[in-house]
Write a protein that binds this ligand. Sequence first.
Ligand SMILES: Nc1ncnc2c1ncn2[C@@H]1O[C@H](COP(=O)(O)OP(=O)(O)OP(=O)(O)O)[C@@H](O)[C@H]1O
Length: 339
Amino acid sequence: MNESVLLEEFKIKDLLDKYPYSKEFFNINGLPIDDVDNTVKDYIDSLGYVFLEDMGLNQEDLIKRFRSFMCRMKAIREEPAFNIRDITILGGRDKTERPEEKDLKICIGEIICIVGPTGSGKSRLLADIEWMAQRDTPTRRQILINGSVPPNDWRFSVEHKLVAQLSQNMNFVMDVSVGEFIILHAQSRLIDNSERKAQEIVSHANELSGERFDINTPLTSLSGGQSRALMVADTAFLSTSPIVLIDEIENAGINRKKALELLIGQNKIVLIATHDPLLALMGNKRIVVKNGGIQKVITTTSNEKKGLLRLTEIDNILMKYRESLRNGQLLEIGDELLW
Ligand SMILES: Nc1ncnc2c1ncn2[C@@H]1O[C@H](COP(=O)(O)OP(=O)(O)OP(=O)(O)O)[C@@H](O)[C@H]1O
């Protein structure tokens, strides 16, 4: 960043205007901004000796820190997008060393369900994908990204985190509001307009959960379902991980169909471990795992897709009754159940 040589000469208000993320420099270092008409350099020069000594710095060090912060931020913003079109799972071996017969390619936008008995290797399969296994895990599978072996440093890079996980039990322990939490996340992703993003995410989350909450709701007072809804919306709109892994969303008490639609709409690969026929049939394919190996891959048939329509109708009826129950109403048993 050649410009960084001069950045400290910027008035703080111009700096914040041009590089909104620069606000983080002041926040992280506990530097209150009183006069935005000051230049950064004048501001730093005006800091008292004792104040700087507490930070173990002098003015010159702080300017250096400022420059290096701005350089790093610019570099992160300019990093090429983590552009994944597809992943390929090259077969390994099951627990009895039998080779897996099929390689499997999964494209962006696909929903893949993973089914199989307890202990059959569902988590192992997901872990292989998450860590981009290169024949170096117990299954000896290999994962290709866009048809090629991924660069080695991707496997351990935070920015290139392949998988965002939505686990079954989510409890927040941070003492902040919903809005503050999303804004923190948005700022860590260097997204401008983080306040607007927070509003957008809360509004999507409210479409998934029953009782509404807003950006001022304390994070710790969200119910399990509300937390899950918030994490789905946050993952859909803020996470850069191209693969989302969902563990049994059917138990979350949220509108699971809408939740999936939200995630798919963001051009991600969604892998979902489920026992729910409705979700399983929403997937394009389901991977059947047995004895540590991929036993088969079933492409959802047109007959199953037709069945999905009827299943969705039945599910809507159940949802309607569930809403009535939640709202303390009598269940108006309609004709649809009286046959
Ligand atoms: N191909 C394999 N070769 C050797 N070990 C394997 C293989 N696949 C899975 N395992 C091991 O088997 C154990 C059970 O697998 P895993 O935890 O993935 O099962 P799961 O289907 O997720 O079970 P659950 O439904 O109970 O969560 C793990 O220790 C895993 O590392």
